[in-house]
Ligand binder design. Structure first.
Ligand code: FCB
Length: 450
């Protein structure tokens, strides 16, 4: 391992958040409800019934938060737009006040030389569209393109990086197969329809971008988990192949290679719908970059009990696990970056999320909040990014998840991912030791990883 870890001078150091997790005031200024607003307000759906009603109150404290980003030395900030603030009914009438919020935020970032990286859909679908079938309705590709066009017209002259969707796998798996996330369905027949429609919407969003006057670049953000076999038993190797197809290739193959993995039929059986004519052509649009969210790997074994993929995660007794039960496995980040570059070619890559929930107290002691496990997590994972780059993988930037402790979806406020601590009783922000460390990494362009 080299003792110096310098990164290219134009490496984009950033941090990420998403709208429903931090903004609060979900119905303010004429916004419509989202599926996440409804889901969190349904009894027993989230930990302690936590909702995004207040969250980090970022909708009102955005100015202070941009100052915080500047204090951290961030060069870029990845955030998402709440579709239902822009289009309260999901389509049709535009809510100018919602749009104005993101215009103000974008301008404040630019004033501080922070590159805005916008995700159009980070899971909070307008509830009005869910009422029309949401991701199950094929028309959603047009609905999404309509919304995307409004955003390209409004911010296209100022936003350098756009992503259509965040982690489509999670929407299909968590939202429609397992029901743990909004909209909370649990239906084998719905999940693949949703997966296909998500990718059709992605393709329509990219096509709308190409037809617009926007000056930036567009990509897709996927969460990848490299799968490793728990043993060399052929049944485990087969489980790895299926698990990899289900989580990783299901979304990247159609976008990058213009085909669905063969395993989709093996996994879903007759629930895998015959894709519509022309679907793959509209999905397989050239991208300017790919965003990869990485948290953990999947050490995988065959399991008869784990329908429909028949694969399960195996615990590694020698590893550290985060508060969300994810194995800390930095080499997986290097491996997955290398795998993407090899399989899909030399597209610029960004790590658009990487980080960890560890225990931090609800109230930060005055001054520093020590979070040594998170410091170590960042050090090791950034070393892995560096190793991937040293082997020739074109990684152009890295975004820590997350800027702030926030609403971790159905886990509520019980899991803290921030490099900045948030006291949810007072909304006080305190930069954690990991935040200070990250600032040092940025200041030294990686030198502090040594
Ligand atoms: C990712 C999500 C993000 C956050 C992290 C911990 O799957 O994109 O919103 O919840 O996990």
């Amino acid at each position: 391992m080299p003792s110096t870890f310098s990164f290219p001078t134009d490496f984009l150091w950033g941090a990420a958040t998403s709208a429903y997790q931090i903004e609060g005031s979900p119905l303010a200024d004429g916004a419509g409800a989202s599926t996440w607003h409804r889901f969190a307000h349904t009894p027993k759906r989230t930990h302690h019934g936590d909702t995004g009603d207040v969250a980090c109150d970022h909708y009102r404290r955005w100015h202070e938060d941009v100052a915080l980003m500047s204090e951290l030395g961030l060069r870029a900030y990845r955030f998402s737009i709440a579709w239902s603030r822009i289009l309260p009914e999901g389509r049709g009438r535009v809510n100018r006040k919602g749009l104005a919020f993101y215009e103000r935020l974008t301008d404040a970032l630019l004033e501080r030389d922070i590159v805005p990286n916008v995700t159009l859909f980070h899971w909070d679908l307008p509830a009005a569209l869910d009422d029309r079938g949401g991701w199950l309705n094929r028309d959603i590709a047009d609905w999404f393109a309509e919304y995307a066009r409004i955003m390209y017209d409004a911010l296209g002259d100022r936003v350098a990086m756009w992503a259509t969707l965040n982690e489509p796998w999670v929407v299909s798996d968590g939202g429609y197969l397992l029901g743990k996330l909004a909209p909370g369905h649990s239906n084998l027949y719905e999940a693949p329809i949703v997966a296909q429609n998500l990718m059709r919407a992605h393709g329509a969003g990219v096509q709308a971008f190409r037809a617009s006057n926007a000056t930036g670049r567009i990509g897709l953000v996927v969460n990848l988990e490299p799968k490793y076999a728990a043993s060399d038993d052929p049944r485990d190797l087969d489980a790895v192949r299926r698990a990899d197809a289900y989580m990783n290739r299901q979304y990247l193959d159609p976008v990058m290679l213009g085909r669905w993995p063969e395993e989709m039929r093996e996994i879903f059986g007759d629930a895998w719908p015959e894709p519509g004519a022309g679907d793959l052509d509209s999905i397989n649009q050239p991208l300017d970059f790919l965003g990869i969210n990485y948290y953990t790997r999947g050490l995988t074994a065959h399991s008869n009990a784990r329908w429909p993929v028949f694969a399960r995660h195996v615990n590694n007794p020698r590893a550290v696990y985060t508060e969300t039960g994810w194995e800390v496995y930095p080499d997986g980040l290097r491996d997955v970056l290398q795998w993407v570059a090899e399989r899909y070619g030399g597209l610029p890559l960004y790590v658009t999320e990487n980080g960890a929930a560890f225990y931090d107290p609800p109230t930060a002691p005055d001054g520093v909040l020590d979070d040594p496990l998170r410091v170590q997590y960042y050090r090791e994972h950034l070393r892995a990014v560096h190793a991937a780059m040293a082997s020739g993988v074109p990684v152009k930037g890295y975004f820590a998840w997350s800027l702030l402790d926030n609403l971790e979806w159905s886990l509520g406020f019980s899991k803290r991912f921030g490099i900045v601590h948030v006291d949810f009783a007072t909304q006080k922000r305190t930069i954690k030791a990991s935040g200070r460390y990250y600032r040092e990494i940025i200041r030294t362009n990686g030198g502090a990883l040594g």
